[in-house]
Write a protein that binds this ligand. Structure first.
Ligand code: MD3
Ligand code: FE
Length: 216
């Protein structure tokens, strides 16, 4: 990590195990919120946020774009990672340094030193947007964690079990919260409840979530 950029970080951030394998670093991303916001706008300027189609033919309510060598996409042909933005036909924008440094530092804090994400999915939730319960399993190595960063309006995150029908627990995620999902948490079902309207000084009327993955 860049010492100057992250100089204001507390030496020992507080970590809290929310469920087995998942560690939440509350407000961990606050110190670099401006760099993250600049990164989001740079990425979305090059590869605009869009609502993708599910294989079942529905349009997702969450708007998405990607950064880094691999981007996650869905369309009527299925879910997958690909190196090019299907809208432009060009490679995804590069992953901003502040993104990678934050994800790496958070993963190390949670016990995953050497995490090098090759995919960052940028999700934007406007009021009413939600994400149904799903597993993230398009990546090749499930021993690699996923790091998620919440910015803007708060949301209720649902964390289920390894089976879709396992009753989920609700976890509030607020601006700046970073969660590292590894080990036994990695393949659990999860989702986000419908976003309530509101306003936030950094992001306006929406919530952003960055998820960092090792796709390949
Ligand atoms: C647990 N995003 O993009 S972040 C997703 O808030 C996704 O936008 C949600 O689920 C969001 O796939 C949730 C928390 C999260 C992300 C990935 C996970 C939790 C996870 C992967 C495995 C286990
Ligand atoms: Fe997910």
């Amino acid at each position: 990590m860049t010492p100057d950029l992250f100089a204001e970080w507390p030496a020992e951030p507080t970590t809290e195990a929310i469920v087995d394998g998942a560690v939440v670093l509350r407000r961990y991303a606050l110190a670099c919120e401006q760099a993250l916001w600049a990164g989001i706008n740079a990425v979305a300027g090059e590869a605009p946020l869009r609502r993708m189609q599910t294989p079942g033919g529905h349009t997702m309510s969450v708007e998405m774009t990607c950064a880094g060598p691999w981007g996650w996409v869905t369309d009527t042909r299925g879910y997958r990672y690909q190196s090019k933005d299907p809208v432009s036909g060009r490679p995804w924008p590069r992953m901003p340094d502040a993104f990678r440094e934050l994800a790496q530092a958070a993963a190390a804090e949670a016990g995953y030193p050497g995490f090098v994400p090759d995919a960052c999915l940028v999700n934007r939730y406007q009021p009413g947007a939600r994400m149904g319960l799903h597993q993230d399993k398009n990546e090749v190595d499930f021993s690699q964690p996923v790091v998620s960063v919440s910015l803007g309006l708060p949301a209720v995150f649902q964390f289920g079990g390894l089976k879709r029908n396992d009753r989920p627990v609700n976890i509030p995620l607020a601006h700046g919260d970073v969660v590292v999902w590894g080990g036994p948490a990695r393949l659990r079902y999860h989702g986000v409840l419908r976003l309530k309207p509101g306003g936030h000084p950094l992001t306006g009327d929406c919530r952003y979530n960055l998820t960092f993955r090792r796709a390949r």
